[in-house]
Design a protein around this ligand. Sequence first.
Ligand code: FE
Ligand code: FE
Ligand code: ZN
Ligand code: FE
Length: 198
Amino acid sequence: MANSAQNKSNYGKGQRTVPARSSAAEGLRELFIDELKDIVYAERALVRSLPKMANNASDPKLKEAINEHLAVTERQVERLQQVFEMLGENGRGKKCEAMEGLIKEGENIMKDTELGPVRDAGIISASQKIEHYEIASYGTLVAFAKILGEEEVASLLEETLAEEKEADVILTDAAYNTINLDAVEGEGTAEGMQEEME
Ligand code: FE
Ligand code: FE
Ligand code: ZN
Ligand code: FE
């Protein structure tokens, strides 16, 4: 595996912050490619899962935000394909257990809640866990790319990182401005809580 990665690599091009031929650089490059395969699997899984979340959202703004992030996510997959090409690697994904789990949790929340503000709150909760996983993943990938001297790849990954952070902010706004308050108001048993909040 180290050999095939090495043969197809761009070693020697661009500036390096670790000696390209060192075993540490080879190991880090292999880890970098593996993590890229993990995140491309995760993004593709999200492309399949986000429409279901949008369909389950009642708040039109939340529905719109999820659909917008679906379009963004499709572009992120294309960007990753570009990254694999730049690195001379195939873009085959590798199962991301974490994203599978996060998506499954989201699906369970949708099953366990009634359509409406409470399910919306659950969708936001699940979505933010997903965005934070992506933020952590891309943050690490940007650092790895820089250490490996892959500056162009680092810039592409930084674009995606910025999009994931933006998605997180939009979800936080949705949570505070509309969804969670509506959820509390919608629950007959939550009147006391409502009073405490005011
Ligand atoms: Fe994603
Ligand atoms: Fe993404
Ligand atoms: Zn993963
Ligand atoms: Fe995202």
